[in-house]
Design a binder for this molecule. Structure first.
Ligand code: 5FX
Length: 532
């Protein structure tokens, strides 16, 4: 680490841990630290950072655990000699959708933190609801149905808020708290997201929710980036006053509270930039700054993150959020449950359990698989939503067939997964111009070539770790630069010093034309599979 110069800190409050990444002004990572909730704060008795209810649906985390983790994280960095006095700005990331219920009077308590005592001791009693519902909770189906009924259906809810009503989305969680624990609800002065809550601890004042994380609540108008009165009012009475304002994600929302300057040596000039969700922060870390930049993560589940300019929210696929680095832009998140495990199943059944044989089979078969198309649902699929598992194979004439030759199976699963991605991306307005491939399968050249050809876009490789906290650190620097200059500076300009990602595939125009011709047939067959 150089001995001087500004530093920027990103703090990620994820499901299982609280982590920090510090960068310097040249975007180098200079420090990382992490606190695991289960092992380092065992008194909270969490498993994977959460408590699961007996109903199998309710999932919460003890809010005070996040408070205790913050002191532990900062003291760990302090003890390692980290130069907190050089930190100009802090931003953060939080698991999306989780909510925190601050009791009346919380603002006064936060403002008067005393640096002689740990946060945990001073903030006991701050919460009107002690256990925060988190994104893994799926106990609010009744509240989702009520929201969609109030807002004119699933598609209308998606058009208004960016997503149809999802159980984990915060508005539905708040509605459940109001109905099941009215005393707790009425004792609440302010409701925060996990992200804005951790930022509030640092600022010593409840900071606003940012538009990107606010999009995960089913209550924000995705186009206006303000609370939708209809979507707030159908949630719980008197809610608008408890939510505070929404700000653009690059906004400086406060300064560090003296608690941290005295206790850990932070610089009193250190700014707090609005905290955001983990997925928006990952978008920033992957530098998906221009509309059409997408990242495809090939992991246990396959996920697409995308920047887009003109969203087309849909009730059947994906979530649209406000873009965390462009106040006029949007981002999309789409998840496919059948990812690596499903590819591995075909590797085992059709390629002798070997990735080399799997790749050779891909190389030996033609783009478009001579018209043969397969759907492989080892698990119930999210995109498109289909509960029925199984494999559905069709020949070039659209007739269902029981089997494919092994090599055909290999090509059919890879092409099918990418055609599904292209189809469902298109349905919500994503037009990929460049693709960043991450995750395990991104190391397989034959799979990546197929990805590039299906989308007709160049593919780059990125092995970025700690994306949520790194993205938060980039955003801290972005917000700080905007504040210094007194105007919005495009995120890309602030990232000019970052080394370019390596290009690993160039699309073949002929192969791409084959996939463009197949896509309507693929869509038609997918419909048949869903309807069957
Ligand atoms: C996104 O909508 C999710 O629910 C998850 O990715 C959480 O953000 C994980 F923290």
């Amino acid at each position: 680490m150089s001995p001087s110069g500004p530093l920027f800190l990103g703090i990620d409050s994820s499901t299982q841990s609280l982590s920090a990444v510090a960068i310097d002004d040249s975007l180098n990572i200079v420090a990382v630290e992490s606190i695991n909730f289960d092992t380092e704060l065992p008194s909270f008795q969490t498993e994977g950072g959460v408590h699961r209810g007996d109903d199998g649906l309710t999932v919460t985390s003890p809010t005070t655990m996040w408070v205790a983790a913050l002191d532990l994280l900062l003291s760990r960095l302090h003890e390692s000699g980290f130069p907190f006095d050089r930190v100009c700005a802090i931003s953060g990331s939080g698991q999306q959708h989780g909510s925190v219920y601050l009791r009346a009077g919380a603002r006064g308590v936060l403002g008067k933190l005393n640096s002689d005592k740990p946060l945990r001791v001073q903030l006991a009693g701050l919460f009107a609801v002690e256990d925060s519902p988190v994104w893994m909770d799926s106990s609010t189906s009744a509240q989702c149905a009520a929201r969609e009924a109030a807002l004119g259906g699933a598609q209308a809810t998606a058009e208004l808020t960016g997503s149809r009503a999802y159980e984990r989305f915060t508005g539905n969680q708040i509605a459940k708290i109001y109905q099941s624990n009215p005393d707790g609800y009425h004792a609440t002065e302010r409701i925060q997201l996990v992200s804005s809550f951790v930022g509030s601890l640092l600022a010593g004042d409840p900071i606003p929710i940012d538009a990107a994380d606010g999009s995960g609540m089913n209550m924000m108008s995705i186009r206006e980036k303000t609370w939708s009165p209809a979507a707030v009012e159908c949630t719980a009475p008197g809610l608008r006053d408890k939510l505070g304002p929404i700000v653009a994600s690059h906004t400086v929302v406060g300064a560090i509270h003296p608690y941290y300057t005295t206790r850990y040596g932070l610089n009193p000039a250190c700014k707090i930039v609005a905290f955001s969700g983990d997925n928006p922060c990952s978008l920033a870390a992957l530098r998906l700054q221009a509309a059409g930049d997408i990242a495809i993560s090939l992991g246990t589940s396959d996920t697409i993150f995308a920047s887009l300019a003109e969203p087309a929210p849909s009730a059947s696929e994906g979530n649209i959020f406000a873009n965390p680095v462009d106040p006029d832009g949007y981002m999309a998140l789409i998840c496919w449950k059948n990812g690596s495990l499903t590819r591995e199943e075909i590797r085992d059944s059709a390629a002798g359990g070997s990735w080399d044989e799997f790749s050779a089979a891909l190389d030996a078969t033609p783009a478009g698989n001579s018209g043969q198309i397969g759907f492989y649902f080892k698990d119930p699929e999210i995109t498109p939503p289909i509960l029925q598992t199984g494999t559905f194979r069709f020949d070039a004439n659209g007739n269902a067939v029981a089997e494919f030759a092994p090599q055909t199976d290999v090509r059919a699963i890879v092409e099918g997964q990418f055609l599904s991605m292209r189809l469902h991306c298109g349905n919500i307005g994503i037009r990929p111009l460049s693709i960043l491939a991450t995750g395990g399968a991104s190391a397989n050249a034959a799979i990546i070539r197929t990805m590039s050809n299906v989308f007709g876009a160049p593919v780059y490789s990125a092995e970025v770790t700690d994306t949520a906290s790194l993205g938060a650190a980039y955003r801290a620097r972005h917000g700080w630069i905007c504040k210094q200059q007194g105007r919005f500076i495009p995120f890309a300009e602030t990232m000019a010093a970052a080394p370019p990602f390596e290009q690993i595939a160039t699309p073949d125009a002929d192969a791409h034309a084959v996939y463009s011709a197949i896509l309507p047939r693929y869509a038609e067959l997918e419909k048949r599979v869903i309807e069957a």
